[in-house]
Design a protein around this ligand. Sequence first.
Ligand code: OAD
Length: 253
Amino acid sequence: MNNTVENRGSTPIIPEGLIRALRSARHVCVLTGAGISAESGVPTFREAQSGLWEKYNPLDLATPEAFLQDPALIWRWYRWRRELVAAAMPNPGHIALAKLTSLVPRLTLVTQNVDGLHQRAGSEDVIEFHGNLFADRCFTEGCVVDCDSDAEVPVCPTCGCNVRPGVVWFGEAIPEMALNQSFAAAADCDVFLSIGTSSLVFPAAGLAEIASETDATVAEINPNTTGMAAGFDYAIAGNSGTVLPELVACIES
Ligand code: OAD
């Protein structure tokens, strides 16, 4: 059943059924995407005009092949993104999610974002499905390294090979632990929230399907209802920075 939610003025109404499901949930699983950080000024990937992949070709910047061809270019791009994120602040959506954790017995937060804003808002044990912008890894051995990130192309202190940003690139596998924990949480939860993601990139987009199959209540929060939402219980058309604080206030009241 799809239950797209009406708007009261510019503020979306939180459906009663979702509030009830959250109040009685044993385990809530949340998947976030770039949209939750949009109100912090971090660009999304696929939105017309502002999306990063509308301006840049991901194959030139986010693949192991591109790194091998021109590591200095890739590092310039990731340094720019690091600076942008370092100057950004968590927004009310991130903060509301951190608060939601204390209102339910168990919450698993899975993010596709590499910006660390959930952690800066106070969320703990965040599962970073696509890695982290600030974690450097040896390109050859894959291990996390502590190196001089200011060098044009940082070098692994152990083996001397080039160091790469610790994000998952196109064609690469999701870190095994993140994958296993996320799929287990999606299969176990009673409520699944899909927030600020276009639901176009798999395997992350498959988590909501798993939750649906196990009869969890599934809801999307996104100003632009996605193609996946037709199979969800609720689609709340609104910005996460507005909807999430309102949702938390409803659970608390
Ligand atoms: P996308 O750019 O594909 O989608 C962002 C979604 O956020 C869109 O559906 C927007 O409508 C929605 N959105 C925009 N503003 C919002 C707001 N204020 N509140 C809520 N939603 C809002 O980003 P992702 O789905 O995260 O992968 O993309 C998935 C992956 O593709 C990323 O993790 C990245 C990218 O390639 C890697 O880098 C490996």
